[in-house]
Write a protein that binds this ligand. Structure first.
Ligand code: NDP
Length: 491
């Protein structure tokens, strides 16, 4: 009999434990009523004359008006980037590095302001934006600053040269971090940039323009155009040498079709349906923490989220039991509260999608568990959810939910674990939990995933490449691999 079975009602923290509120002040953030587009180092009004409201998903309160860029606006931004390209790419790498170091330092200095704004506009818990998004965003600029004057060493005998203007399109789950993943390597390699943030989370990218001015980056080297998917589509069509996209597989495929034969370089970082695989010799408590972090971090709005849990049959019951107990201690609520573990769902549209897939899971016959938790009345919320009794063919085991919803499946042998884990159109990440090093290596070799974590999950480092196989996209971000897509070579 396992420990868990002996002590079924002992929970580390009672489910009804109440915490005193610990709200982070929002005073550090000052917002304008209305934002234009950042083109050639200046704020300009959109030629469309259109603006839209950006809200906070925690209470649906409007935060600011943001410009909707049209084709002409995107063209003006790419022209500004092209004009800036000559001087920027001719700078010695050591000079470009100085700007990147400055940006990194300013981001670190202003990290609290950025973290609060990220949580306000996107809904993620402040402890995550403060302890994960901001340190990693600054770290990316620091890291790529170091490569700017060493490109010849990074790619010996290949004469690396910048491509020109990069058009970059990012999603809403890690707004500032994705901006850093895109802009830092592009600038280090000597390119100039036009970046479009997601419609629901434009504010940290707009605040970043202030950082660019503080760092005295030459005008036009980075341009920010806001708007919905139309602005993204215009940027793909625009006069750019390279398109870098992170977002849904559906839009990624459309972009690939659009660019076929155009000669423009493309990298795609798309969806995922990662397998988190727990063997019966794993350290169970650590594995449960890893499972929780794998799926409930950032409300599950994570492309590499461990959304399919595979448990070896012999430990299925204790793992599910411990997992449910741990879920009961997750604090769901105000993203600006320092105690919050699971914040607000990013948008009404995303909440609808999560609800639709969860309803499909119930209808297909899976068993659902949600810990008792009081959700705020206003705003967009979804309780942490786990499905058991899931068949591989269910939609919840196949489709990317992009929310705090976990599907649990079982396996008996390592071969079966590999086969089931690879049974998805995606291939972005995977996790393995076992005490056996040889099994980790055996599994990692066979899993068709760009990133494989062992006895941990959701770990990121600027020096480590990240990207997918199959419908999760192609190209890598991070590390030396992340520089390559922004360079042309003689060979
Ligand atoms: P999208 O792929 O639509 O959005 C990603 C970015 O692309 C946004 O900036 C978006 O603008 C822009 N965009 C939208 N349409 C086009 C287009 N035709 N051409 C160029 N750019 C375009 O993702 P969604 O925000 O709609 O999310 C839908 C689903 O995608 C989620 O439920 C999730 O499953 C998945 N997703 C995966 C992500 C990942 O990191 N792998 C990230 C985000 C979503 P806008 O915001 O204005 O629509």
């Amino acid at each position: 009999m396992t420990d868990v079975e002996k002590r079924p009602d002992r929970s580390p923290v009672p489910a009804d434990w109440t915490y005193a509120p610990a709200p982070e002040s929002t005073e550090i953030v000052s917002l304008r009523e209305r934002y234009g587009l950042f083109v050639g180092g200046e704020w300009v009004a959109p030629r469309t004359g259109e603006f839209f409201e950006t809200i906070s998903p925690r209470d649906e309160v409007a935060l600011a008006q943001v410009a909707q860029a049209g084709e002409q606006d995107v063209a003006a931004a790419t022209e500004a980037a092209r004009e800036a390209f000559g001087a920027w790419s001719a700078l010695p790498g050591s000079e470009r590095a100085k700007y990147l170091f400055r940006i990194a330092r300013v981001l670190a200095e202003r990290s609290r302001e950025f973290a609060v704004l990220e949580s306000l506009n996107g809904g993620k818990p402040i402890k995550e934006s403060r302890d994960v998004d901001l340190p990693l965003a600054a770290a990316h600029f620091f890291y790529y600053a170091g490569w700017a004057d060493k490109l010849e060493y990074a790619f010996p005998n290949r004469r690396p040269k910048p491509l020109g203007v990069a058009g970059q399109i990012i999603p809403w789950n890690f707004p500032l971090l994705m901006l850093s993943w895109k802009i830092a390597p592009a600038l280090a390699a000597g390119n100039t940039v036009v970046l479009k943030p997601a419609e629901t989370t434009p504010l940290t990218a707009l605040l970043f323009c202030d950082v660019l001015r503080q760092a005295e980056l030459p005008p036009g080297v980075v341009n920010i155009v806001t708007g919905d998917g139309r602005a993204g589509a215009a940027l793909v069509e625009a006069d750019v040498e390279k398109v870098a996209f992170t977002g849904s597989t559906e839009v990624g495929k459309a972009i690939q079709r659009q660019l076929a034969g155009s000669g423009k370089k493309l990298t795609l970082e798309l969806g995922g349906k990662a397998a988190n695989i727990v063997f019966d010799d794993a350290a169970v408590d650590q594995a449960v923490e890893g499972i929780v972090n794998g799926i409930y971090f950032n409300q599950g709005h994570v492309c590499c989220a461990g959304s399919r849990l595979f448990v070896q049959e012999s430990i299925y019951e204790p793992i599910v039991e411990k997992l449910k107990r741990r879920m009961a201690t997750l604090r769901v609520g105000d993203p600006l509260d320092k105690n919050t573990d699971v914040g607000a769902i990013n948008s009404r549209m995303q909440l609808d999608k999560i609800e639709e897939l969860v309803a499909a899971g119930r209808a297909e016959g899976a068993e659902v568990y949600q810990p008792p938790c009081r959700l705020p009345e206003k705003g967009y919320w979804f309780a942490p959810t786990v499905f058991t009794n899931v068949a591989q063919s269910y939609r919840i085991a196949q489709e990317e939910i992009f929310g705090p919803v976990l599907s649990v499946l079982t396996f008996r042998t390592p071969d079966e674990a590999v086969e089931k884990a690879n049974n998805t159109p995606y291939g972005l990440s995977a996790g393995i939990w076992t005490e056996k090093g040889s099994r980790i290596l055996w599994m990692a070799e066979r899993l068709r995933a760009g990133v494989v974590w062992a006895n941990t999950f959701n770990r990121f480092d600027p020096a480590s490449p990240f990207g997918g196989y199959k419908e999760s996209g192609f190209g890598r971000e991070g590390g030396l691999h992340g520089l390559e897509p922004y360079l042309a070579f003689d060979d």
